[in-house]
Design a protein around this ligand. Structure first.
Ligand code: PEP
Ligand code: MN
Length: 338
């Protein structure tokens, strides 16, 4: 349910309505807008007695939200949400590219790649320090040493950092180093992890599960927002289909759908979305064209020696080409790109 306040409603009137909502055993979420304030209401298991709220001073209208997701819904928040990652704004006019290796493998590896992607225009450096691997015998990541290397990349190149938190045990440690907490596809429905990421109050990038419907995807984002964290970035990273010419099928149609249903920014990950380095540039072009707010791309200077995801990692020279394409396409689409 959404309570729409009159344009002339004072902060005191908004506070009174919030008090009344709390008294009814529900949770109010005030959403200040340019013209008026709205108050999202969650916690209602059944139809709420809206007449009680309608009689309060300053209340103009009540809208019953039909979607199961509330805080992530455009019905709750009609404007595009812009997530501020320590000065880098995701979801605004700028098309934001996050790039780096699949895994943090060594200090040298990260410094070489970071220098190249920073010069090419990436704003955020990616790299896993804790890796969710299909096999327990595969490289699992450098752990805290990897996080320290990422912190050094931020210092040296001015890039912001994104890295994955794979479990609740290590989430606080990851949050203490990173600018964005990544929740991976395999953990999209790990509800205790989602709640803990929500409580961290850090920006969270939530990847779509490999078999998740859009409703399940948005409900997972709702878990993070329900903890009071508004800084959620979604990421389409490909889903399982009958196609075997690519590792996953990047569901490009999901992007305009999500943008219609939700105010949250959404990125595309053409690396996991295809699993093939030769398909990363064409799918990046398609992603910006369908309205993605940015990309998450795997770049490695020696993909043949990468400890994870070498076949889908592009080399820095190709990343330069990708960024040139993004800049030219951004201009056509009335966006900017560094
Ligand atoms: C990754 O970004 O390296 C990763 C493991 O992605 P996903 O969770 O989409 O598989
Ligand atoms: Mn990867």
């Amino acid at each position: 349910m959404l309570v729409v306040m009159e344009a002339t409603a004072t902060p005191e009137m908004v506070a009174k309505v919030c008090e009344e909502i709390t008294r009814m055993g529900l949770t109010p979420h005030p959403i200040p807008g340019a013209l008026r304030t709205a108050i999202g209401v969650t916690g209602n298991k059944a139809q709420v007695d809206s007449d009680r709220i309608l009689t309060l001073v300053g209340v103009q209208d009540i809208i019953h939200v039909t979607n199961p997701f509330k805080l992530v819904s455009r019905e709750f928040y009609p404007e595009n949400s812009v997530v501020d990652v320590d000065g880098v704004k995701v979801g605004g006019p700028e098309f934001v590219v996050m790039a780096g290796p699949c895994s943090v493998e060594s200090r040298d590896q990260c410094m070489i790649i970071a220098e190249r992607v920073a010069n090419a225009g990436a704003r955020i450096f990616r790299g896993g320090a804790f890796k969710p691997r299909t096999s327990p015998y595969s490289f699992q990541g450098l752990g805290e040493t990897g996080l320290q290397i990422l912190a050094e990349v931020r210092e040296r190149f001015g890039l912001k950092i994104i890295t994955e938190a794979v479990d609740t045990e290590t989430l606080d440690l990851v949050a203490s180093y990173t600018d964005i907490i990544q929740i991976g596809a395999r953990n999209m429905q790990n509800y205790s992890l989602l709640k803990k990421a929500g409580r961290s109050m850090k920006p969270v990038l939530l990847k779509r599960g490999m078999s998740a419907t859009l409703e399940e995807f948005l409900m997972a984002a709702e878990y993070i927002m329900a903890e009071g964290n508004r800084s959620v970035i979604l990421c389409e990273r490909g889903v399982r289909t009958i196609a075997d010419h690519t590792r996953n099928t990047l569901d490009l149609a999901a992007i305009p759908y999500v943008k219609r249903m939700s105010h949250l920014p959404i990125l595309a990950d053409p690396s996991h979305g295809t699993g093939k380095k030769g398909k990363v540039i064409p799918l990046s072009r398609a992603s910006i064209a369908v309205g993605a707010d940015g990309l998450l791309v795997e770049v490695h200077h020696e993909p043949e020696n990468a400890l994870s995801d070498g076949p889908q990692s592009i080399v820095p020279d190709d990343f330069d080409k990708l960024m040139n394409d993004m800049r030219r396409l951004a201009a056509v689409l009335d966006r900017t790109c560094a």
